[in-house]
Design a protein around this ligand. Structure first.
Ligand SMILES: [Zn+2]
Ligand SMILES: [Zn+2]
Length: 348
């Protein structure tokens, strides 16, 4: 079968047309024919094998890919609730459901977490055999290309859940107009935010944000001043989502929030830089939140309802569709003018 293999801890990946199709389907596993798999910034990290990829301690070689959807073709023993023919999408985090976090309603923080494409074979292939815990069952008519975007859109939904803020009438700032930042912008609009600003250096992505009804702004030092100007009634925005991973975004958000505002860390920015606790925690009383992965499965449920009721159209975010053989082009596109790039493993 066709597949993209990450052979070992060095840059690059291999497109194979004769990768062995998984035959054995152990108990607790399902075999799925992959319809669509979307490409993510962390696939680029894995392709380059940078520090961010190494930090997850992948067990290589593995088939890459962790955002995708397909149709079950076979189920292993001991599985209820899934049958061949069911459409599924995958959460990339495979929880153990036995550890303290799993047993206390936080399987997304599982202490024995396995990641698709890192510790088990991933989704850039015609077929995959995965633990059933990774699968979310979809309605029979659910569009499988859109379903491949549920995982990254789930990061945005989880960020909003984690904020613990109803966004109705709120002014919302998002740093980073990559797919996750844009999903947050769209969900904030649906949630009734009064104003959504997306700070992003790439003009294409700023324009994309504007097409969603947000205001696109180029990063610069005067942004906090401009945003306080836009929210004079309370001297700052209510909620800020950091979705770029870039350290310069922290001061941008912290200085744009009103006293008592909420900061949500979504991207994996490593350093807050010089952090003035007296200023931000005491005097300005900023609440700090963060999110990792998606809540299993409330995040998925919330997204599914919005899609079923035609409030959220994930196809809007798909800008490129490519066969697996053009995987390297797909990785390049992530740094160009694109939103979500999807791979179609059944196409040669
Ligand atoms: Zn991803
Ligand atoms: Zn666990």
């Amino acid at each position: 079968m066709r597949a993209i293999i990450k052979p070992g801890p060095q840059p690059g990946a291999e497109y194979q047309i004769n990768a062995p199709e998984p035959i054995e389907v152990p108990a607790g596993h399902i075999k799925v024919q992959i319809a669509a798999a979307s490409v993510c910034g962390s696939d680029r990290s894995m392709y380059q094998y940078n520090d961010a990829a190494a930090a997850f301690r992948p067990e290589l070689p593995k088939i890459m890919g962790h955002e995708g959807s397909g149709t079950i073709v076979e189920i292993g023993g001991g599985i209820t609730g899934f049958t061949p023919g069911d459409r599924v999408a995958f959460d990339s985090h495979v929880a153990c459901y036995a550890c303290f976090q799993c047993q206390n309603d936080n399987p997304h923080l599982c202490e024995n977490m396995q990641l698709l494409g890192y510790h088990t074979d991933g989704l850039f292939a015609e077929y995959v055999v995965v633990p059933v815990q990774a699968a979310f069952k979809l309605p029979h008519d659910f569009n499988l290309e859109e379903a491949a975007l549920l995982e990254p859109a789930g990061v945005a939904m989880h960020a909003i859940q984690a904020s613990e803020q109803p966004l109705l009438s709120k002014r919302v700032l998002i740093t980073g107009g990559g797919p996750v930042g844009l999903f947050i912008a769209e969900l904030a609009r649906i949630a009734g935010a009064a104003k959504v600003v997306v700070v992003e250096p790439n003009p294409y992505r700023r324009e994309f944000a504007e097409s969603l009804g947000a205001i696109g702004m180029e990063p610069n030092e005067s942004i906090p001043e401009q945003l306080r100007e836009m929210s004079q009634d309370r001297h700052g925005f209510d909620v800020g989502f950091e979705a770029s991973g870039h350290p310069s975004s922290f001061p941008t958000i912290l200085n744009s929030l009103r006293t008592g505002g909420t900061f949500v860390s979504v991207g994996f920015g490593r350093s807050l830089g010089e952090f003035d606790a007296a200023e931000y925690l005491n005097r300005r009383n900023i609440t700090f939140k963060g999110c990792f992965g998606r809540r299993l499965w409330s995040t998925w449920d919330l997204l599914s309802v919005l899609i079923a009721e035609d409030k959220l159209k994930l196809s809007t975010f798909i800008t490129h569709r490519l066969p697996l053989s053009e995987f390297e082009r797909a990785i390049e596109l992530l740094s160009e003018d694109s939103c979500k790039v999807i791979l179609l493993p059944q196409e040669s």
